[in-house]
Write a protein that binds this ligand. Structure first.
Ligand SMILES: [Zn+2]
Length: 348
């Protein structure tokens, strides 16, 4: 049994028809457009019936609740509720126009505080629902374009750490380019970290994985499609080597974090083709060039198609196989231990 510990099924991208990635044959292939229901049927055929859907913003909590009611028992759909660090400062919900009794508009600062508490009460309400098994995504996002409102990000992070403790729930952490800061906040709030958590979509230096799993009780590392990206591969593989399997969870973060397109041409191909051709064989070079461009056009088209596809839990067999290779065990061992980890952490 495979459990996807992080999959945003309630996202709009899965509402209408969409093509999706299927990695059950070892490489990610684009499958023709389906609807959400059909995708879940495909999952079932491949033994994937359990997944956790964490919130990517305040309004998402409502959407996932709606989906939970719609699915009503057709699969094991669990929710995490929270306020994502990249979206924790939503001006529309913050700057409500509030007036005093004599009609004077309150300052923006006051409005911010008022709206923040209103959202927090709402979050408390969401956290009590039977389908909720964790709090998140919460944490820090310091990536370019999202690294605004850093104080607000911290307020929400700390609030959610304590909320999780009050409800006896684990945390789903979203930490991007901010490992040092996140660890420092977690250290300062250690007394509230009694129910564990997961650092989702891990791609940082292995030293942070070591710290979070050793310094804090029942903390795990989430591994998904980024394992195949050149940019993150070394960090993730080193982390997998260093960690015991008992500290790893599988996830897709669908529709995000897709594995790279296996058909994509390396950028240097054009230069190598020219370099290898002998001066005397000009004609041959021209022909090769022509062929190359035709091929490239075809590949680029397929890349467009690839990028449009949604990530799905069907890429998890690829992730399992790669982890098994790194750890030198059989894929079934990886599948069994990581699924047990999800059950242990989220108590499902
Ligand atoms: Zn996510």
């Amino acid at each position: 049994m495979i459990i996807d510990s992080h999959f945003h099924l309630a996202i709009d991208g899965y509402n209408n028809t969409f093509s999706y990635l299927d990695g059950t044959n070892g490489i990610p292939l684009v499958r023709p457009a389906v609807r959400r229901k059909k995708l879940l049927e495909e999952y079932k055929k491949n033994g994937i019936v359990t997944f956790i859907d964490p919130a990517i913003g305040m309004s998402y909590n409502e959407r996932s609740l709606q989906l939970y009611n719609e699915l009503s028992g057709t699969c094991q759909y669990y929710r995490a509720v929270g306020n994502h660090p990249g979206k924790c400062f939503d001006p529309d919900s913050y700057y409500e126009r509030i007036y005093t009794a004599n009609g004077i508009e309150l300052s923006k600062r006051h409005m911010g505080i008022f709206a923040r508490w209103k959202m927090r009460y709402k979050l408390d309400e969401y956290a009590g629902h039977e389908s909720v098994i964790a709090i998140g995504e919460c944490g820090f996002d310091y990536r370019k374009g999202r690294n605004n409102h850093l104080i607000e990000q911290k307020r929400w992070f700390v609030y959610q750490i304590r909320l999780a403790d009050r409800f006896g729930l684990p945390l789903i952490l979203h930490i991007r380019d901010s490992a040092k800061r996140a660890i420092s906040v977690l250290r300062k709030n250690k007394e509230y970290l009694n129910h564990g958590g997961v650092w989702h979509c891990y791609n940082e230096d292995p030293k942070w994985a070591e710290i979070i799993t050793q310094e804090f009780d029942r903390f795990y590392i989430g591994i998904g499609g980024y394992l195949f990206h050149e940019q993150y591969r070394d960090n993730i593989e080193a982390s997998i080597k260093m960690l015991p399997l008992e500290r790893i969870l599988l996830e897709t973060d669908g529709p995000y974090c897709m594995p790279p397109n296996p058909n994509r041409l390396p950028k240097t191909r054009w230069e190598t083709a020219l370099k290898n051709s002998k001066k005397s064989a000009v004609v041959q070079t021209i022909l090769r060039e022509k062929k190359y461009h035709l091929n490239r056009k075809k590949k680029l088209l397929s890349n467009k198609k690839y990028k449009k596809a949604r990530n799905s839990s069907l890429i998890l067999p690829m992730v399992i196989n790669r982890i098994a290779e790194i750890k030198g065990v059989s894929p079934s061992v990886v599948e069994e231990i990581t699924s047990q980890n999800v059950k242990d952490l989220f108590k499902i």
